[in-house]
Design a binder for this molecule. Sequence first.
Ligand SMILES: [Zn+2]
Ligand SMILES: [Zn+2]
Length: 134
Amino acid sequence: MTTILYLPIRLVLGVLTWSFAEYALHNWYGHLAKGRNRFSREHLKHHTNGQYFAPTWEKAIAASIALAIATPVTLWIAGPLIGLSYATAFAATYLAYEWFHRRCHTHAPKTRYGAWLRKHTCTITTLAPKRITA
Ligand SMILES: [Zn+2]
Ligand SMILES: [Zn+2]
C-alpha cells in the first residue's frame, strides 16, 4: 500500500530528472562543447537553422541506449515497481519534450498562451508563422 501511495512522487521525480538531464545535455554537452562532439554539432546546427532536426532514428537509438543502461540501475536501486514507474516517467517526459519541441518549430500557436509559450521556449528560427492564426 505504501508503495502505491508514493507513485506520484516517483512520477514527479522522473519528470524533474528528465528536466535536469535535458538542461545538462543541452547546455553542457551541446553548447559548452562547442561542436567537439556529434550531439553538440547537431544541436548547434539546429540553433543555426530551426528547420534542421537531428534524425529521429538517431534520437531513438540514443534514448534506447540511455534507457537500457539506466533502467536496470534504477530497478536494482529502487526495486521493480518504484524503478519502473520512475523510468517510465523519465522516458515519457522525454517523448513529450521531443513532441512539444518539434511542434513548437512547425506549428503556429493557436492561443495567446501558446504564443507566450513559444516565445519563451522556441527562441530560434521556426518553420511556422509567429502570429496567432485562430
Ligand atoms: Zn541550445
Ligand atoms: Zn528547437
